[in-house]
Design a protein around this ligand. Sequence first.
Ligand SMILES: [Fe+2]
Length: 301
Amino acid sequence: MPKGEILAGYLAPHPPHLVYGENPPQNEPRSQGGWEPLRWAYERARQTLDELKPDVLLVHSPHWITQQGHHFLGVPRLTGKSVDPIFPNLFRYSFGLDVDVELAEACAAEGARLGLTTKMMRNPGFRVDYGTITTLHMIRPQWDIPVVGISANNSPYYLTTEEGLEEMDLLGRATRAAIEATGRRAVLLASNTLCHYHFHEEPEPPEDMSKEHPENMAGYLWDMRIIDLLRRGRVKETFEVLPRFIEEAFAEVKSGAFTWMFAAMGYPEIPGELHGYGTVIGTGNAVMEWNLVKAGLAHAA
Ligand SMILES: [Fe+2]
């Protein structure tokens, strides 16, 4: 079996508003649209993902929270209805997804070998969280590629940010080792918003874009600084300022997906491609891509 490879990583945030704005048949609530610049950003990302022809999509979601250790979806086929507990008026989505259980088990085993607490999720009736579902729908609405779903242990919230992110670095290394050992051609999805200051009241209708703008100027400036660094390939510098960004912009990257993804890719100093940026209830969201095939760091299909 040839050695597996990571083909690309995407920063792929999960505001359920994007699914709501698109009106796919799987989602019950109907809208008049909204958040188009971000949805068009995802359209571009869908195109590049399609060209990569990956065997599997791995997604780390902040909204599957596990207090003890890092959990992995471990049921071959999961179906059900995913509901956002904060926005049940926007997101009630009927999902059906196939899990790459062999790769998930390899990730869990590699993580344990590196000293992490890991566990396989074997409940066949498990309701997959809206973060996982939104990211997967926005990047690949066909649902025809198997997935590995990874929980947020949220160690950065219980430990110091630095200690927690060190754990996510280990999880990333374990993920890479598992992908290589199982021969998979994989794409990583970091399901994270940037600045996370948000409004506390929803307009009527929710898709009234005349009310949509950054909630916080300092947070917006931080987002622009981080995106600028990433677009110029200054990854090391991004990670040096990451704890301050998290602190000052209340950034959701604290939950670890962003660090997990870069650790798995080996922190390549390559320019990220910004597909688009936009706010959702005032939070900052960027859809970005690090294409390791284009950068010559992985082989084309
Ligand atoms: Fe979130």
